[in-house]
Design a protein around this ligand. Structure first.
Ligand code: ASP
Length: 439
């Protein structure tokens, strides 16, 4: 067995947290490749090292005093080093960083030092080899990840080490400049490493015991999700991003490597498994509920729309030309509705309306604002009759007016549009009918 283990910022925020991580890694011989984040918050109100680095670099760029803040960042690492009783000095590393800040080397480099330095400490602490991500993870000129080059160089390099630490979050551009993924991107590095070494499992250690069936800010103490498929998770992407970076599933998905979300502070919990496919039924018919407020719908009507070839394309062209992506497009015989994010749409609404009139010549266009979308997702829905019926009778009982229904042809999800103000009530009604009533 070969496991890649990624630890998030709160798991590595202090020497005490490092101790927990050390115990987790040493508990299993097959935890061979370790991907650390930068030190996160030690307590609520604390600042993540990554945020300190961005701020520090901006001061340097503006020619202001930055050395005081750099010293504070150094102190965060020194606290960890002394708490672990290591005889490691980062003096020369910080000298280089200071010089590079003075040269205005770039904010990506600055942010990446959070993971880089934590990786050096982690490698020293575990006695593992340190592999700088800038030498093994590559981006293309246009800033997208260079999968081919990375796979080749990374797997070649890691085949030389039985055990290694590879810092998360960054790699390098063709000219050697350091570039980071978007925020939370260490999750992506972990996935890339798992793909490169053909790992059996990608363990992602964080500060929660996996995904919850629903947002705990809406339902108190909701049940957890034991197993979820990659596709279900994509459908629930409104909720997933806070636990796992959205892009982190793609590299492992190609190899069918499962991801196990685990809790550093409760290592005995099984967490959530994210898998390609499973014959394990989820405990309830649904796997998860997620949603978001702040959409608006553009309802377009035209008699005989159903027989007009190219109508949909013309309408969607207008959205494309205005740089607006759409979320859902349910349609009827003579109607087509486009759901978009309200804040992206607002500035351009009149251009869009005029554009649709000009191109598609509809009879009427009606805009409705302040809508929420709720995704009810579950692989179990396919084999269970009456799921939709149960959802809608629960919503009717809760006096929620359903504005839109969209069931994907995969029968994996049902999307429901409601008014923003009904959002919480609707989610609660759906949760109760499936989880509390256990159907
Ligand atoms: N340290 C980076 C951030 O705060 C990346 C990560 O933690 O995954 O976004």
């Amino acid at each position: 067995m070969k496991k890649v283990v990624k630890f998030g910022g709160s798991s590595l925020a202090s020497a005490e947290q490092f101790h927990k991580v050390g115990e987790i890694i040493r508990a299993q011989e097959d935890r061979k490749y370790v991907v650390p984040s930068a030190p996160g918050k030690r307590f609520s109100g604390d600042t993540k090292v990554t945020d300190m680095l961005y701020e520090c670099y901006h001061l340097a760029e503006e020619g202001e005093e930055f050395k005081g803040l750099l010293k504070n960042i150094k102190a965060r690492y020194e606290e960890i080093i002394s708490g672990l009783n290591l005889s490691l000095s980062l003096d020369s590393e910080f000298k280089v960083i200071e010089e590079n800040f003075l040269k205005h080397i770039g904010e990506n480099y600055a942010a990446s030092r959070g993971e880089y330095l934590n990786g050096i400490i982690m490698a020293d602490y575990l006695g593992y080899a340190f592999v700088d991500a800038a030498k093994v993870i590559f981006f293309k000129e246009d800033g997208t990840w260079d999968e081919e080059r990375t796979k080749k160089v990374l797997s070649e390099e890691l085949s030389k080490h039985d055990k290694a630490v590879i810092p998360g979050f960054y790699g390098s551009l063709p000219n050697g400049t350091v570039k980071t993924f978007s925020r939370g991107g260490s999750d992506i590095t972990g996935s890339i490493v798992a793909q490169a070494v053909h790992a059996d499992v990608y363990e992602n250690w964080t500060d929660v015991s996996g995904f919850l069936l629903v947002d705990p800010r809406i339902i108190k103490n909701p049940v957890g999700i034991e197993t979820i498929t990659y596709r279900e998770l994509r459908e629930l992407s409104y909720m997933g991003a806070t636990v796992l970076h959205e892009d982190a599933i793609f590299p492992v998905r190609k190899e069918g490597i499962p991801i196990n979300i685990r809790n550093t502070n409760a290592p005995g919990d099984n967490g959530t498994w994210i898998v390609e496919s499973t014959c394990q039924k989820s405990k309830y018919t649904i796997t998860g509920i997620a949603g978001k407020k702040g959409f608006c719908s553009i309802n377009i009507e035209k008699d005989m729309m159903n027989s007009e070839i190219g109508f949909g394309r013309k309408v969607l062209n207008v959205f494309e030309d205005n740089g607006i992506s759409f979320e859902h497009v349910p349609s009827g015989i003579d109607t087509l509705t486009v759901f978009v994010h309200q804040d992206h749409f607002m500035d351009k609404e009149q251009q869009v309306v005029t554009g649709i009139h000009r191109l598609a010549k509809p009879d009427t266009i009606d805009i409705e604002a302040d809508l929420a979308l709720i995704a009810v997702v579950g692989r179990g829905m396919k084999s269970t009759r009456g799921t939709a019926g149960r959802i809608f009778s629960a919503l009717a009982h809760a006096k929620v007016n359903v504005k839109m229904i969209d069931q994907g042809s995969s029968e994996l999800n049902i999307i429901i549009g409601v008014k923003n103000e009904d959002f919480e009530t609707a989610i609660e009604a759906i949760y109760n009918i499936f989880v509390l009533a256990k159907v």
